[in-house]
Design a binder for this molecule. Structure first.
Ligand SMILES: [Fe+2]
Ligand SMILES: [Fe+2]
Length: 236
């Protein structure tokens, strides 16, 4: 069992890497890791799963992002080793946490229930309207894009995301999220407005949560989308 004080060090380290190092600090204050942990623990509720490994894996899953998006599950799994050594976890716990990181993106199959849970929780935060906004934010940080091709690209990825989900309870949530996203993608005019707003926020260092809060206040999205966004921002 990973003791609470070590989990706290893991949380602090993961947030430091995500807020200050990844994306050159432009994503400071974003709550993706916090939401992933919350979703992962809620998926763990009825299962015989080690919640300490799930929490550690969920906090650390994106620790390789500062080395580039491509292959960040593998670079993160390598990068984290000295930190895990310093924490003096057992060999088995180190391997379990590392596996959650390397399998979170679906590039290698998750072999443990903990890794499946972290993968599904991360995927759920990438899906639905919030997932679309987060993706648009990330891409705008790297390159210029036009809203329409971005929408096409995301639409193409939707079925594969759903297929890769491991846990039936996660799949159920994912289907509902994708239904709402499909409605949103169908309205290209709205999408252009939405993506240009997100791109502007991304380039000026406004985290997605603030952009979404502004969207909720300005009410330019349909009510059903706003409802889903509220739930996604604060998962139970
Ligand atoms: Fe990731
Ligand atoms: Fe992630």
């Amino acid at each position: 069992m990973i003791p609470a004080e070590k989990l706290e060090r893991i949380r602090e380290y993961a947030l430091h890497m995500d807020w200050n190092i990844a994306f050159g600090g432009r994503s400071k204050g974003n709550r993706h890791l916090e939401r992933t942990v919350k979703i992962a623990l809620s998926l763990s509720k009825w299962k015989d799963v080690r919640e300490d490994i799930v929490a550690a894996g969920a906090w650390l899953h994106d620790v390789g992002l500062h080395l580039g998006n491509e292959g960040h599950c593998f670079s993160g799994a390598r990068f984290i080793q000295p930190f895990l050594d310093e924490l003096d976890l057992s060999q088995d716990d180190t391997e379990r946490v590392t596996h959650c990181i390397e399998a979170h993106d679906g590039e290698v199959p998750a072999k443990t229930l903990e890794a499946k849970t972290v993968h599904d929780a991360d995927t759920l935060d990438k899906m639905g309207p919030l997932g679309f906004i987060r993706h648009a934010w990330k891409i705008a940080n790297i390159t210029d894009y036009d809203s329409s091709s971005l929408a096409d690209e995301i639409e193409k990825h939707l079925p594969t995301r759903l297929e890769k989900i491991y846990l039936p309870e996660a799949k159920e949530r994912a289907v509902a999220l994708e239904r709402e996203l499909k409605n949103l993608l169908a309205n290209r005019e709205l999408l252009v407005r939405l993506t240009s707003l997100v791109a502007k926020g991304s380039r000026t260092g406004i985290p997605t949560e603030e952009i979404v809060a502004e969207l909720i206040r300005s009410e330019f999205l349909p009510e059903s989308t706003l409802d889903v966004l509220r739930e996604q921002l604060d998962p139970q």
